[in-house]
Ligand binder design. Structure first.
Ligand SMILES: O=C(O)CCC(=O)C(=O)O
Length: 246
């Protein structure tokens, strides 16, 4: 079993040349009053990524098209065969989270799947890193392995799958309705659990400029607080399996 099949994600280190991309993003942020050297101008968004329409539009303007190179294409071929669409040109929506003062934790709410479980794999989700995203620096949290449990609930949406998994195992209840506040983080992030023979664990997707993470659209995930001193700058994008692809 490949890492993607087993854990639901795989990193392509230094997959693209990030030169100039963070600067281009800052150029766009500057036009909306945010400056890299002035934290007073950094917009707060409840600890979550900025969700402004202009930012999404800017991301799809083609300025980040260089992420879609041969290395990333080849990795997508391996996962989806050669029948996929939407990779080139329009990469990708910026994920910008500015530092918050509230400290870092594993959120209880907001965990979701991006697509209902489907077989064969209907899409691949991607993150591309434009800044250094270190531990507790706003990297997305995933429940590694959860895509394999989610396949038992084809076509169902996040809330329903969440309820079913909570009924299935106390580890998921601790994630979403915590009781043991002191031990919650080690239980979720270090110990994990075996559920129906699948190892699950909360993993923080950190990364360096140029890294790409490919991940399963039915992996439980959530945005995390940025407790570092630096803004998190990433991109996200989806490629879809072509309907006529085997
Ligand atoms: O801001 C984040 O890290 C969460 C991103 C997310 O939920 C998504 O891209 O589907």
């Amino acid at each position: 079993m490949s890492q993607f099949e087993e854990k639901g994600w795989v990193r392509l280190p230094k997959a693209f040349d990030p030169s100039g991309m963070a600067e281009a993003l800052w150029h766009a942020l500057r036009a909306h009053g945010m400056r890299p050297d002035d934290p007073m101008t950094w917009k707060q968004s409840g600890g979550q990524a900025l969700a402004d329409k202009w930012l999404t539009k800017f991301g799809k303007s083609g300025v980040f098209a260089g992420v879609a190179n041969h290395e990333v294409d080849a990795a997508l071929d391996q996962l989806l065969g050669d029948g996929w669409i939407e990779q080139s040109g329009r990469w990708g929506s910026p994920l910008v989270t500015f530092p918050t003062e509230g400290g870092w934790d594993v959120p209880t709410g907001g965990w979701h799947l991006d697509m209902p479980p489907a077989n064969p794999l209907s899409a691949v989700r991607m993150f591309a890193y434009l800044s250094e995203v270190r531990e507790h620096g706003g990297g997305t949290l995933i429940v590694e392995g959860s895509h394999r449990l989610a396949t038992a609930y084809p076509g169902l949406h996040s809330r329903v799958v969440r309820n079913r998994l909570s009924e299935l195992h106390p580890w998921f209840r601790e994630l979403w309705q915590p009781v043991d506040v002191e031990r919650r983080l080690p239980v979720l992030m270090d110990e994990g659990a075996h559920v129906r023979s699948v190892r699950v664990r909360v993993v923080e997707l950190t990364g360096s400029p140029g890294d790409v993470v490919l991940w399963h659209p039915s992996l439980f995930h959530v945005g995390a607080p940025n407790a570092s001193s630096q803004p998190r700058l990433m991109l996200t994008h989806t490629v879809l399996r072509r309907a006529d692809s085997s």
